[in-house]
Design a protein around this ligand. Sequence first.
Ligand SMILES: Nc1ncnc2c1ncn2[C@@H]1O[C@H](COP(=O)(O)OP(=O)(O)OP(=O)(O)O)[C@@H](O)[C@H]1O
Ligand SMILES: [Mg+2]
Length: 339
Amino acid sequence: MTSLDPILKVSNLSVEFPTDDGIVKAVRGVSFEVRPRDVLGIVGESGCGKSVTAMAVMGLLPRTARVTGSIRFRDDELVGLKPKEMRAYRGQKIAMVFQDPMTALNPVYKVGWQLAEAVRAHEDLTRKQARARSIELLHTVGIPQAESRVDSYPHEFSGGMRQRAMIAMAIANNPDVLIADEPTTALDVTVQAQILEMLINLKDHLNAAIILITHDLGVVAGITDRMQVMYAGKVVETGTADDIFYSPRMPYSIGLLGSLPSHAGSQERLKPISGAPPSLINLPAGCPFSPRCPLADDVCESVEPPQVVVSDGHVSACHHVEALNAMADPLKLFEEVAT
Ligand SMILES: Nc1ncnc2c1ncn2[C@@H]1O[C@H](COP(=O)(O)OP(=O)(O)OP(=O)(O)O)[C@@H](O)[C@H]1O
Ligand SMILES: [Mg+2]
């Protein structure tokens, strides 16, 4: 295996949850891969399957979930592993930063103690060595006065520091893949930017791949190499950050871009796309975005679009890629239709 081989390769991943109301098709045929030091952004509105995808990779879905497809870590298949077998990967090789820091930090223990335990779970270190490593980790994630902060309780940290401590927990065992699920949504914009910058710097420090999950395209702008836009459990567009930002070929991506201040022009901030994503139980035939799409026609309403190659590495699930190619400024799609 060379350094160019993917460390994590997800192929045709689907996740279904049987419920009393029917089967929730939360993830439908998602594929992606990351190599060391890649930064992949996964974006999409609430409920589109971002976290379920991440939890599938982490092996943290409830037992009732039906997972199909493949999740390979280097040469190892993770789908179908027993919970005990999965422990060799989770935390150690693939780690995750969760949205709410208090879900992973225990309020009754000092931050340093929790970090030391995370390190000692996989490495045979004395308490003293583990404490030194905790201080080093806090330092790595940019917590000032790490030597004294190591003895603080989580509530003595600011929101931003707690999030940094969470990241320290996640990198305690030098993972090869770090999944950050909306790691900064609860923080103010300046702190968000600082933490994301630190996270991105970590990839070189760890030689790890980072998967950054967010509903906000603005968050991933400028920091991801590749992006994956999800809608109703599916990847509807994938490409480089430039492909998605400057030449989007899926109306849903265009709608997401339209709600960014930079794309909407300096004065006005466009409204989010109107309407809501469909229910994931009994999904209608056709393109799931068609009820909200200005380009939708009869074909869109009856046939779910295949993945169309726009250019090398840029793929869109839209019947109207050609029409978008022909438009002078596809970014104005929603405006033109509105006026
Ligand atoms: N255990 C479960 N049982 C049934 N449905 C579930 C379960 N977990 C998630 N879902 C459903 O799967 C869909 C995808 O959820 P997911 O948490 O992945 O969304 P998301 O993209 O992460 O959204 P958000 O931006 O709000 O975090 C949602 O419709 C959700 O209600
Ligand atoms: Mg989520």
